[in-house]
Design a protein around this ligand. Sequence first.
Ligand SMILES: *Cc1c(COP(=O)(O)O)cnc(C)c1O
Length: 402
Amino acid sequence: MTEKQNNISPILPTYARMNVTFEYGTGSRLYDTDGNEYLDFGSGIAVNCLGHCHPALVKAVKDQAEKLWHTSNIYHIAGQEKLANRLRELTFADSMFFTNSGAEAVECAIKMARRYHDANEQPERYRVITFEGSFHGRTLATIAAGGSEKLTKGFGPKVDGFDVIRFHRDMRNVEEAITHETAAIMIEPIQGEGGIRQVSDDNLQILRDIADEHGILLIYDEIQCGMGRTGKLFYHQYSGVTPDIMSVAKGIGGGYPLGACLATENVAKHMTTGTHGSTYGGNPMAMAMGNAVLDVFEAENTLGNVQKMSDKLKLDLMKLRKKYPEIIEMVRGYGLMIGLKLHVEPRDFVIAAFENKMLIVAAAENTVRILPPLNITEGDIHEAIKLLDKTCSDMLKINDTL
Ligand SMILES: *Cc1c(COP(=O)(O)O)cnc(C)c1O
């Protein structure tokens, strides 16, 4: 074998990674290989909802690892039935499918919507209306659903069946996009990657009414804003406006790869034997984690903590905005899904925060995202504000020298 040149990293260079490797974590803290401590207010992008290495999750994974890791969906999986029954109790849904990722949950949602209309003798209804700035994943269909050039460029013909429309302040405009081919409207009730753009309760109701009027389905993508991030298990539960289908992932496994696609019986009943599947989806290991996350939510009143902490965090961030109006334009978001719309480059701000040993995440619309673990304390918030204050003051200095 000839010597390889190795001008490329062994991992595809698809990420602009920060120059750090973390070795371990506990709660809201991460430690890099040099022993530096960081305050983690990014949670692996809204994934580590209970912080790092929560003892109950560690125990759950250890216990399950000694019992059974994987079987197959050709057998019954007790943990799956348990988690599905719990989510059924807690949501609009009657039935669900477990996946390994968010994109797979969205794929399942799209397939379900098409299948529903096919079964109702309207196979021409296959198109899904989606919104500019939305993010639904990185598979061929989900990049077409997101629609931005950034996601789709260079990947050949876009998967057909998505009509990406403007993110309207008044969702009544959505009706204009509906045709006899429309199967569903799919929306993130709060856009994550798109820069923490929230859909009002009124607008959710308008979308629900439009969907009902036209006999089409309403799909929520709560992969980022769900699983307690806003203080209810799912954000739309504040409004009481339920979807027909909902994709879930990120926080649901507390750091273990897990997603789910939930649906009403009316929609789910058409996903009959053989119509969909996954080798790993919902395997015993993942289900142990999913169930453990809900156990902790119940035992520690995690949702209550989100509501309490988010009020404090948001208030403190508003004060920071007042102190640094040249840096922070706006504080927005809900619960512990907060966006700071900036007057400076989000990526520069994220790096400046990183230099101060705090982790946050950039988003579109000149926004940085603050997505702490849901079980943070007032002490964590106090420290976060201190570090963000320092970050703002550093940014001012940088901008002054320019
Ligand atoms: C992260 C995310 C996805 C994609 O999830 P993956 O697990 O990366 O496939 C889809 N939709 C939303 C709203 C997300 O935030």
